[in-house]
Design a binder for this molecule. Structure first.
Ligand SMILES: Cc1cc2nc3c(=O)[nH]c(=O)nc-3n(C[C@H](O)[C@H](O)[C@H](O)COP(=O)(O)O)c2cc1C
Length: 230
């Protein structure tokens, strides 16, 4: 397993991993993935809250029976850590979600595909092959669009829906500073008109009055729903 890994460069800690990511991605991509919105207070609070969790050592109980397996939805997985939905992954690598889906399959855990993936539902399903995959849904006001997404997910072997309900337009200072617009990345998937109408810089920055569900619906109306024209 380790034979192709340069162990001197291998990141042994989160900080090293973060440093390597910074060195190997564009500043815009790094900031998009790493930063939080506004003053980043929520990001700091989350990190702090997470650090209050600890492993509880159970000593003198024997080590042979250590088992991290879990069962969910009638299936067994080797550990309870899955691939969280992360959109726009092409920003960090051209293979984006396809590579992540393949990695999840190799690890035998579900890949959770984001609604705003930079590859289509069908392409990700193909990359995931016989691996487990779930679909993360941003529901829109347009029920037809939502239904279309769900039915494409079903048709393409996604076995669960992960419903995200907390997305809101945010004021992301680093993206603003970098003039970074994730929609730029999916340019080839959008018509010029949609890009101009809905993903101009002002809109992205939240300066123009725009409803998130309308923005998302515009996404769905072309690239992500190309199968059913929704
Ligand atoms: C760059 C980035 C993109 C994300 N994209 C999505 C997304 O498209 N859909 C979604 O439901 N959550 C998305 N998330 C949220 C993650 O799935 C996850 O819930 C969140 O990052 C909290 O987990 P963490 O503390 O391990 O980062 C994204 C997070 C990041 C950092």
């Amino acid at each position: 397993m380790t034979q192709n890994i340069d162990l001197k460069c291998f990141p042994y800690s989160y900080e090293e991993l973060e440093r390597l990511a910074a060195e190997n991605t564009s500043p815009e991509a790094f900031d998009y993935v790493q930063s939080g919105s506004s003053t980043e207070q929520t990001l700091r609070t989350n990190v702090q809250a997470f650090s209050s969790y600890a492993f509880k050592p159970r000593v003198c109980t024997g080590t042979k029976a250590v088992d991290s397996k879990i069962e969910i939805f009638g299936k067994e997985y080797p550990f309870p850590i899955f691939f969280a939905p992360v959109g726009n992954q092409k920003v960090v690598h051209p293979e984006g979600e396809l590579a992540s889906a393949r990695a999840a399959k190799r690890l035998n855990v579900p890949y959770i595909a984001s609604t705003v993936s930079s590859h289509t539902i069908e392409e990700i399903a193909e990359a995931s092959g016989n691996g487990d995959r779930w679909f993360q849904l941003y529901a829109t006001k347009d029920q037809d669009v939502t239904n279309s997404l769900i039915s494409r997910a079903e048709k393409n072997g996604y076995t669960a829906i992960v419903l995200t309900v907390d997305m809101a337009p945010s004021w992301r200072v680093k993206d603003m500073r970098n003039q970074f617009l994730p929609a730029e990345m999916v340019k080839e998937l959008l018509t010029e008109e949609e890009l101009n109408d809905l993903f101009n810089y002002e809109t992205y920055l939240g300066l123009a009055p725009v409803k998130v569900d309308e923005v998302l619906a515009s996404y769905y109306n072309s690239p992500y729903a190309k199968e059913e024209g929704k």
